[in-house]
Write a protein that binds this ligand. Sequence first.
Ligand SMILES: Cc1cc2nc3c(=O)[nH]c(=O)nc-3n(C[C@H](O)[C@H](O)[C@H](O)COP(=O)(O)OP(=O)(O)OC[C@H]3O[C@@H](n4cnc5c(N)ncnc54)[C@H](O)[C@@H]3O)c2cc1C
Length: 297
Amino acid sequence: MQAVMLRDVEVMRPRTLDEALRLLDRAHREGVRLRPMAGCTDVLVDAHFGKALPERFLDVWGLRKELGGLRWTEAGLVIGATCTYAEALETPKFVAELPALAKAASQVGARQIQARGTFAGNVENASPAADAAPMLLALDAQVKLASLQGVRTVPLLNYWSGYRQTVRRPDELITAIVVPAAALGSQGQWFRKVGTRAYQAITKVGLASRLQWQGGKLVDVRLAAISMAATPKRCATLETYLKGRELATIDAAELRHAQAVDLQPIDDVRSNATYRAEVFARLVEQALRETHLATAH
Ligand SMILES: Cc1cc2nc3c(=O)[nH]c(=O)nc-3n(C[C@H](O)[C@H](O)[C@H](O)COP(=O)(O)OP(=O)(O)OC[C@H]3O[C@@H](n4cnc5c(N)ncnc54)[C@H](O)[C@@H]3O)c2cc1C
């Protein structure tokens, strides 16, 4: 392993989004890999561990005027591609409307990482152990991509195509992540990560979810698993099993059976499959109890 010296890396610093898209387009046509970088909290770790790096980087940090901040629109909350966790956590409306996403953001690394790390970087990094991205998945968020060919919107549900892979084309840039209006302030948002300590811990197993109860029954269920598959993953079988049920009719063995159809966790340096499966089932049970209790009041 050999760490890459930063002086060996060529970085391009566009002043506008248009210029950034032109640079990406040209590099794509010339067959040169031009990788975006925002807060660099993942990119620099890759460089440190000597992973194969592209020839050039495109630094989008300077595009904060066009890609920064949070914007509430009719469609929902637009989280700009350079919006950091710290920026979001300093916005009371964000914390009030998206409490579980705020909790996830507040547990990414520690303060220093939160000051640089972006939601868009977390999504594009496509780690199965990411914290904010799975919560965005449970909120039905969408990724906005721009290129010289135009703009397209991809639901997060279809964004990760495999381990550390996304459907973004090399000539595209994420401009924002959009949380739909229906999810803002919605009932039953719930997040918990399990790691070796409270901060600076990569998630061994975690659950990002949205559980909506009406008249004692679960009417809407979204469960996104962390560190349980090759990507952050929605649990379709488990969601179908739970939908329409009252808390008292949820059977622990049936729940685990449905979960096993969706998720086959692996053993790795951080944990093992048996631990992950059992802790995940308990997180689902905890989320069900706590969100049910919250709606009863
Ligand atoms: C000490 C430490 C602790 C950490 N702890 C956690 C943790 O607890 N939980 C967690 O989830 N993560 C953690 N991380 C990982 C990291 O902080 C997050 O994934 C962060 O959100 C990445 O954002 P960034 O802006 O720094 O991304 P960058 O490092 O700049 O980029 C990450 C990836 O996204 C791409 N990218 C960035 N912006 C764009 C764009 N606009 N369009 C297209 N592609 C783009 C880059 O090319 C790269 O592939 C940790 C990292 C460190 C160093």
